[in-house]
Write a protein that binds this ligand. Sequence first.
Ligand code: DGL
Length: 261
Amino acid sequence: MQMRIGIFDSGLGGLLVAKAIRKAMPEYDYVYLGDTKRVPYGNRSQEIVFEFTKEAVDYLFEKEDCAIVIIACNTASARALRRIQKEYPDRKVLGVLIPAAEEAAKFYRIGVLGTVGTINSNTFPKEIKKLNKKAIVFQNPAPMLVPLVENGEIKMAGNFIKKYLTPLLSKKIEALVLGCTHYPILKNEFKKYVPKDVRIISQDEIVPKKLKDYLARHPEITEKLSKKKSIKILVTDKTKNMEVLAKKWFGSSSKMSLIEI
Ligand code: DGL
């Protein structure tokens, strides 16, 4: 039986995390699900984010034989993951928010940018402070960035990045968490506005190592994983930019299919 590692995001942001995970562990079989029909999740209610995330996770376990699913979406990690883990104790579902919070907790003055849902959930400050009681966390929602990334308008993002960063930089932050998996796609734009001495915490650089360590500690999962080096990309709507990025990052080895969840 071919059991895969499932990776889910509301859209194409998680593709960069998937690419980084695959680079760290190329031997496994992966399936990526982007809910491109319903993106963005960031401004939706908690109940809807839970419902959409649950549908996607169910699909990955039931139709795609995943042995483990990574929710490569901070909005879903903040608003749905705990409940999914509680309702399905036998399913291995991990998020991307805690690994970034663990990295951020090494600093004292921390800025977080994320979707409205992630920021309003207050999950980043809560998780960072559990690990570092002295940490002061400043947050700002950055709602315009996801639509720009989904539409491939990377060059247009600069003015918004500057606007969203200003209140955080005025607090003399030492680290900035890119608290949405769409933002690392804008990393070069961010670097133009974030001072060199502020550490940018980007999940594509953190999650692969954490997942590798997790799998090493859980042979009951790894022994189920097949190793044919494949990647399958599933979308709920075929969008131009998703096709462009999938081809650019996964080449001819990727197969994109339209699904209904
Ligand atoms: N990429 C997602 C995140 O990390 C969500 C973007 C959205 O759907 O609003 O929060």
